[in-house]
Design a protein around this ligand. Structure first.
Ligand code: CA
Length: 441
């Protein structure tokens, strides 16, 4: 588990002045990674690190030769078009690079002159999915979400008995994961209309969001080996925002007995910036389990996981309708919650995923599951916010929404803040719904 070190010192300032403007997501204490190139160019994508409103171009940094040793090797790996090579190097290399970047970007650093020439404004950048994602596993770690969803189907028995013992997950689809700015067609699929005895094929009428965090695996494990919970976090490169869009009507018809399929695989959207677990160290909080609940089995329990295995990441969902966009209005907030409410931690997800010997690989992605908190205003999907579609939401401009409509954009935001630590942010994850393709019936 990463502990506090000099890179977290809230008094640190960068020679990149914009890094310390109030509300900036990317101060020198953050230093998240993305892959990018100049918008509209044919340049190769390469790794970059956010500092203020700029990107430190790792391919350009590699050319300067200003970093030495382990940090130089990590910069070389990070200069590629995906971050898999950097992710595969492991937590000692990531930490060496973070320390070298922190020192070189500080006020008064000797490296300033060389690195100044390696900055690209974020406003001029086009981002890409940060890794070649071999496998995407979606968990279900919010007991509040699981209970709210379960109640819609089983009012008397909302939570299935395995939930409090097993970190529930399923294998998702990696090919349709896109980066913030993603626009996707409303999915077409089979649904069973209310009262009907036979399904029809058509555009989903119950298109939903899922506010999640994406967890990128760094170094993997050999097939047949398990990752002990005391080492689990060493295998995690970092965390980003994830919108795991869902077609609830398609899901309702297809999900039994094998689970969701086409209701999930049409699109998932990531934020460009991956915040290293090390950057999140000031925001660790204890993992707690109500005394009346089963305590985690021994393989899912450790002293470090109990004392600081959870993270207090603030999360918000905004909805921007075509009418708001035309009027020049900002998106309307529809959910505000925190990752601290999750029932299972990142370390528990990694350990459980590998307990059967399943091998994780660099660049694999976990979804946290929809991160609903304990109250309705913390519900992180429309199916909960509207009670299964029964109670439309009123938006500030007078419009109503039950499910997403064509042209709607959804904006996820995340950040961490507290007294005595620098505020760090995740940037934004934006996705937009386009009209459905007309199906052949
Ligand atoms: Ca999900």
């Amino acid at each position: 588990m990463t502990s506090l070190n000099e890179t977290h010192n809230p008094a640190l300032k960068s020679w990149v002045r914009s890094a310390h403007l109030s509300g900036c997501d990317f101060p020198i204490q953050n230093l998240p990674f993305a892959v990018f190139r100049h918008q509209g160019s044919a340049e190769a994508f390469r790794g970059g690190v956010a500092i203020g409103d700029q990107i430190l171009d790792l391919a350009a940094v590699a050319q300067t030769g200003v970093f030495k040793g382990a940090a130089a090797a990590a910069v070389q790996a990070g200069a590629q078009d995906k971050l898999n090579a950097l992710m595969a190097m492991g937590h000692v290399a990531w930490s060496a690079l973070r320390l070298a970047l922190s020192r070189a970007l500080r006020e008064g650093a000797a490296e300033q002159a060389a690195l100044q020439a390696c900055l690209v404004p974020q406003a001029e950048a086009q981002f890409d999915v940060p890794a070649r994602i071999g496998d995407y596993t979606d968990f279900y770690t919010s007991v509040h979400h699981a209970t709210n969803i379960g109640r819609l189907f089983r009012p008397d028995n909302p939570l299935l008995p395995n939930y409090k013992w097993v970190p529930i997950g399923y294998h998702g689809r990696a090919s349709s994961i896109g980066i913030s700015g993603q626009q996707f067609r409303r999915p077409v699929g089979q649904t069973l209309p209310p009262g009907a005895t036979e399904p029809t094929l058509g555009p989903s009428k119950r298109l939903d969001i899922e506010l999640e965090l994406g967890i990128f695996i760094g170094s993997g494990n050999a097939l047949g080996e398990a990752i002990d919970i005391t080492q689990a976090e060493d295998h995690v490169f970092g965390i980003c925002l994830l919108n795991d869009w869902s077609a609830r009507d398609i899901q309702g018809w297809e999900y039994q007995p094998l689970g969701p399929f086409l209701s999930k695989s049409f699109a998932s959207t990531l934020s460009p910036w991956v915040v290293m677990l090390e950057a999140l160290a000031p925001y660790r909080v204890p993992f707690t389990r109500p005394v009346e609940d089963p305590q985690p089995m021994a393989y899912l329990d450790s002293a470090a996981n109990r004392s600081g295995g959870a993270f207090d990441i603030q999360l918000k969902v905004g909805l921007l309708t075509p009418q708001m966009r035309a009027a020049g209005q900002a998106d309307a907030s529809i959910c505000r919650t925190s990752y601290r409410h999750a029932y299972w931690t990142v370390a528990q997800m990694v350990t459980h995923h590998t307990v059967n010997g399943c091998n994780l690989q660099p660049g694999d992605l976990f979804g946290s599951g929809t991160l609903s908190g304990p109250t309705l205003d913390q519900a992180a999907a429309l199916i909960e916010l509207t009670a299964g579609g029964k109670n439309p939401m009123a938006l500030p401009n007078g419009e109503q929404r039950t499910w997403l409509e064509d042209g709607d954009s959804v904006v996820l935001r995340g950040w961490c803040e507290k007294t005595g630590a620098a505020r760090i942010g995740f940037g934004e994850c934006v996705g937009t719904v386009l009209p459905a393709r007309v199906p052949r019936v």
